[in-house]
Design a binder for this molecule. Structure first.
Ligand code: ADP
Length: 740
């Protein structure tokens, strides 16, 4: 009895048809409870004796018709096994006999469902495939030459699946493809070398090729079988992404029909998980190949992919080594030479060698150096203007410059492709590489510009191209594309260049140091001047004092004279300080071991006598010795401690502490108070000569102490810094580095 799918009278009518499959097999979909949720309309064409209602029925109940020889529950067990081991690879395909014919069942998990796809086993394929594959592969790999490897692979696939035409089709970066190897029946015209526009294999189709490595369209003229499901609720569209039997899009069917192809089979070729190409097989009569044959050709595809990957890697490595070698040479030159320009233009390597470009320019420090073939000066100047305004990235690369900058069309023979590596945008410094136009005579299979056609109803229709006469097109204004290796080498050169420039900047810093030394010599000058000033000031003071002896002097005049004496004293004090400061600049340090404990005790003893001892809390922690000049070191501590006392005199309790400790760099002292603190904005200035903060104007001081301290500390190869918060207090840190 043959079951007829006619459930139109049923209340649970299967009206929702989420998709279709190719009719050479049939499909049953179960959920995780093994209840049938979907099935293809054509089940009854294959199986006799099915229950009248399949949808919603437990799989167990139909299993006896499917596999009369197996025990019930067998498929559920297989599914459970696959689910537990997380792979159906070991299980697929499961072979069984139905109505005297052998079938494969392929289980595919999809979300919470399991697709059970059934397809016939073909007798002609049941030869010892394993042996055949083994032989094919060794023949395939026998040749070292890449083209021969591709040709052999096409031949071997043709042998395994017996199609009329087997092509190896490679995708270009823009998505269009080219037939790069072909094995075909003699009576067919060759398609080797033909190019197909990117629209022929749209993006979503290419994504599917990455998921499913083989795809069979057994007969373009067959009528697909619908998939039924129950109409209750919102039926989920059935995801057929991984289905073996998935029906073909009508556009693709039309495309194949236009080519007079009846059956097509393709195997994905991947390079680093990306679709590199396809082994595309065409047959001019319907042709079905079973799962095992498809799997075997998939294996050939995988082996070819890895062979290609290996070869490509090897080739890329060689290219890379060659370019990196040049970068390395340039980098060495940059280290040795004082001039970056000279280094990048050495006899054994120059900028041009970093890529396979035909020309390059280096624009650096107002010089333009040209290598190889580059645009004329005017054109170059205008191109540079465009780069300055329109190229925002530090690295820019194109093989079709005129598409972005149309003026470049005028010199496409020189610069159809460019790489711009920015050294400094502010300074307008760049390295630019140029590749000439590479005239590509592409033989298109049909006119690639006309994928859209008006159909018989006058509607715009995306229909595959009907004309397959070779159509020649010349792609102008494009260069050979820049390889990853070239890009990497350019980026690497940029890194090396930046490093070298920074190093040169250090050389400038060195010059700066010398300048500083010269500056310090000026100190000597100020010393002399200050010294010479001391004398007239003491004369002013003496004469003023003489005047005060005159008893007849008026009180107002007396006050003026007192102020003169006071200012003269202040000036004298300041001159002494400046003398101190410049003395440090001039003197060489004789490093000796200095015991700091007695020195600090002495300083603190003097200071505590000046301040109110009742509220004063002085803490002295560890006081490790320091290497240096004892007099100068005493000046450092004395200045820092007296500031700590001075600027915390209004705090109650007044807390001052000092402690030192060994660090990995040397000896670190910290002098802490709970006084006025310093505003963060004024912090950097306090070490400058005569600089005083706004909050201490009413406290006596000259603003020289910290400048002296800093000078001494730096002379001792040390560092000084401060941590402070207004109103809370300050901590000065002095680190004396270990002697070298
Ligand atoms: P001064 O003779 O004014 O103390 P310094 O060179 O020793 O000169 O210090 C410069 C300025 O740094 C001081 O005028 C003061 O504004 C600030 N300063 C220094 N030490 C402290 C401190 N411990 N607490 C608050 N401010 C300080």
């Amino acid at each position: 009895m043959s079951f007829n799918v006619d459930l139109t009278n049923c209340d649970r009518e299967p009206i929702h048809i989420p998709g279709q499959i190719q009719p050479h097999g049939f499909l049953i979909v179960v959920d995780s409870d093994f209840i049938i949720r979907y099935h293809s309309e054509n089940v009854s064409d294959f199986i006799v004796g099915l229950p009248t209602r399949l949808l919603g029925t437990p799989l167990d109940e139909v299993e006896y018709v499917l596999y009369p020889n197996e025990q019930t529950g067998y498929i559920s067990q297989l599914i459970t096994l696959g689910k537990n081991t997380k792979t159906f690879e070991q299980i697929n395909p499961f072979q069984f006999e139905l109505n005297g014919r052998d079938y494969y069942m392929i289980i595919q998990p999809v979300n919470d469902l399991y697709l059970l796809e059934f397809e016939p086993v073909t007798a002609e394929m049941s030869v010892d495939m394993q042996r055949m594959i083994g032989r094919s592969i060794s023949e395939m790999l026998a040749d070292k030459n890449l083209q021969n490897l591709l040709n052999n692979s096409a031949e071997q696939v043709k042998k395994v699946i017996g199609y009329d035409r087997v092509m190896i089709y490679r995708f270009a970066p823009d998505g269009h493809g080219e037939v790069i190897a072909e094995a075909k029946n003699h009576d067919l015209e060759p398609w080797l070398g033909l190019h197909y526009p990117a629209t022929d294999i749209p993006r979503q189709a290419r994504e599917l090729y990455k998921l499913n490595f083989t795809r069979l369209i057994a007969d373009v003229n067959s009528i697909p079988s619908k998939i039924f499901t129950l109409a209750d609720g919102e039926p989920q569209p059935l995801d057929l992404t991984c289905s073996q039997l998935r029906a073909v899009s009508p556009i693709h069917i039309q495309y194949l029909k236009n080519m007079e192809v009846s059956s097509s089979f393709s195997i994905s070729l991947l390079y680093k998980k990306e679709l590199w190409g396809l082994i595309a097989c065409h047959n001019y009569t319907p042709r079905y190949i079973d799962y095992k044959a498809r799997e075997s050709s998939k294996l050939i595809g995988q082996i070819l992919s890895s062979a290609l990957e290996f070869r490509q890697d090897e080739e890329n490595q060689q290219l890379q080594d060659h370019l990196f070698n040049s970068v390395e040479k340039l980098s060495k030159h940059m280290q040795r030479s004082n001039s970056i320009e000279d280094a990048l233009n050495a006899p054994d390597a120059n900028v041009l060698d970093v890529t396979y470009a035909k020309g390059a320019v280096l624009i650096y420090e107002n010089n333009t150096i040209k290598f190889g073939t580059v645009p004329a000066d005017d054109d170059l100047a205008r191109l540079l203007e465009w780069i300055k305004t329109d190229v925002t990235d530090t690295f820019f690369c194109t093989d079709h410059l005129s598409a972005k900058y149309p003026a470049a069309l005028a010199y496409k023979e020189v610069a159809s492709g460019i790489i711009v590596s920015t050294i400094s945008k502010e300074m307008g410094e760049y390295i630019i590489w140029f590749k000439p136009e590479q005239l590509q005579h592409i033989t298109w299979a049909g006119n690639p510009e006309k994928p859209v056609e008006i159909d018989s109803n006058g509607l715009l229709n995306i229909s595959p191209r009907k004309s397959f006469e070779a159509w020649s097109e010349t792609v102008t204004a494009r260069s050979e594309s820049w390889s990853n290796e070239e890009v990497k080498a350019v980026i690497r050169l940029k890194e090396e260049l930046t490093y070298a420039i920074n190093q040169k900047a250090s050389a400038i810093r060195l010059l700066n140091e010398k300048l500083k030394q010269a500056y310090e010599e000026l100190d000597t000058f100020s010393f002399t001047i200050s010294h010479d000033l001391k004398n007239p000031i003491s004369v002013i003071k003496s004469y003023s004092q003489l005047l005060t002896r005159d008893a007849s002097i008026r009180p107002e005049a007396q006050r003026v004279i007192d102020r003169i004496i006071d200012r003269a004293d202040k000036m004298n004090y300041m001159i002494n300080e400046v003398l101190d400061y410049s003395r440090i600049g001039r003197s060489e340090i004789d490093f000796v071991n200095v015991e700091t404990a007695p020195m600090l005790n002495e300083i603190i003893k003097d200071l505590t006598m000046v301040y109110d001892s009742a509220k004063l809390q002085v803490t002295v922690g560890e006081t490790p010795g320091v290497q240096g000049d004892p007099v100068m070191l005493s000046q450092v501590f004395s200045n820092l401690l007296s500031n700590a006392f001075k600027y915390s005199q209004r705090s109650d309790p007044q807390q001052v502490s000092i402690e030192g400790k060994a660090t990995e760099n040397g000896i670190l002292y910290q002098i802490k108070d709970n006084g006025l603190g310093i505003d963060i904005k004024q912090l950097p200035k306090i070490f400058e000569l005569f600089n005083r903060t706004d909050n201490v104007k009413d406290i006596e001081g000259s603003g020289v102490g910290l400048a002296i301290v800093k000078r001494i500390v730096e002379k001792h190869r040390g560092k000084i810094w401060v941590d402070s918060e207004p109103g809370k207090g300050s901590t000065f840190f002095v680190e004396f580095s270990n002697p070298v």
